[in-house]
Design a protein around this ligand. Structure first.
Ligand code: FE
Ligand code: FE
Ligand code: ZN
Length: 281
């Protein structure tokens, strides 16, 4: 079964209900959101009433909470070598995990982090330390490491780095991976050979760790390390290659989330989801 959706908003006035309504307006059957602005630490408490209303609207439309994803704010950088900033990242990630639990969401995508000059190995150690610290709380949320484009000093732009992080995490139940097609392509992986890519992933990490896929075309050529998302079929990956990812049998049942850019200030998701459904294979 195809679970397709997009990034949606989540705000104080409409809470989870607003996110569900937005997803339904795109004919999506899943969605992803930030629990607050990704670039700051301002958070409002979860409105239980809006949560309940959102959950019943989901039920009415056959949506499953297990397929819904939260994206951790990108200000969280567990790889930061500055001890204070590393500690801040840990405590903020702990709070985000609690917020997911309050909402009943069990999957949160996290950018592994940027080592900002300390080097890949130190970055990986720092991420492992941070994740193990967060997981001491014994939470119920699986943290999905997103594959990165390799921009700047980003950690996690190849499967070996992700594998090293997973190896260092004590509780394997709480760790997974989110594949991002734009990031993979920008990092140098060939999406047109997606089955080969999955073979490599399976060999190094194990396919069972994949719990979410971000579907984006890319504004740049393979290996550019830029991380600039493009609308489906308008970039260097192309619609056909993205459809091969979306309808890949080995990823059946995994949430596919669009993070493509708005067009003229309007979300493209309804049209892109229709395009995907019209090209079912
Ligand atoms: Fe991301
Ligand atoms: Fe992404
Ligand atoms: Zn990106």
């Amino acid at each position: 079964m195809l679970y397709i959706g997009s990034h949606v908003g989540y705000n104080k006035n409409s809470g989870l209900l607003g996110s569900v309504e937005e997803a339904l307006s795109y004919d999506a059957n899943t969605f992803m959101f930030y629990t607050g602005a990704p670039q700051n630490t301002i958070r409002f408490s979860i409105d239980k009433n809006l949560k309940e209303k959102g959950l019943s609207l989901m039920k009415e439309h056959g949506m499953i909470l297990d397929k819904v994803i939260v994206h951790a704010p990108y200000i969280i950088n567990l790889a930061n070598p500055d001890p204070e900033k590393h500690q801040f990242a840990i405590s903020f990630l702990k709070q985000e995990v609690k917020r997911c639990e309050e909402l009943g969401i069990n999957k949160m995508v996290l950018h592994p982090g940027s080592h900002v000059g300390s080097g890949i190995d130190a970055g990986i150690e720092s991420i492992i330390d941070g994740l193990n610290e967060v997981m001491k709380d014994n939470h119920s949320v699986c943290i999905l490491l997103e594959t990165m484009a390799g921009k700047g000093s980003e950690v996690g732009s190849n499967f070996n780095e992700i594998k090293k992080i997973i190896d260092g995490v004590g509780n394997k139940e709480l760790i997974g991976v989110c594949l991002d097609t734009c990031h993979l392509h920008d990092a140098g992986y060939d999406i047109s050979e997606f089955d080969k890519l999955l073979d490599e992933f399976d060999e190094i990490i194990g396919l069972s760790y994949v719990k979410c896929v971000h579907i984006n075309d890319s504004k740049n050529i393979c290996g550019a390390k830029k991380d600039r998302h493009e609308n489906l079929g308008k970039g260097y990956i192309g619609l056909d290659n993205l459809l091969k990812v979306i309808y890949n049998k080995r990823l059946d049942g995994i949430s596919m989330i669009l993070e493509t850019p708005y067009i003229n200030d309007l979300p493209p998701y309804k049209e892109e989801i229709k395009l995907i459904r019209d090209n079912a294979r």
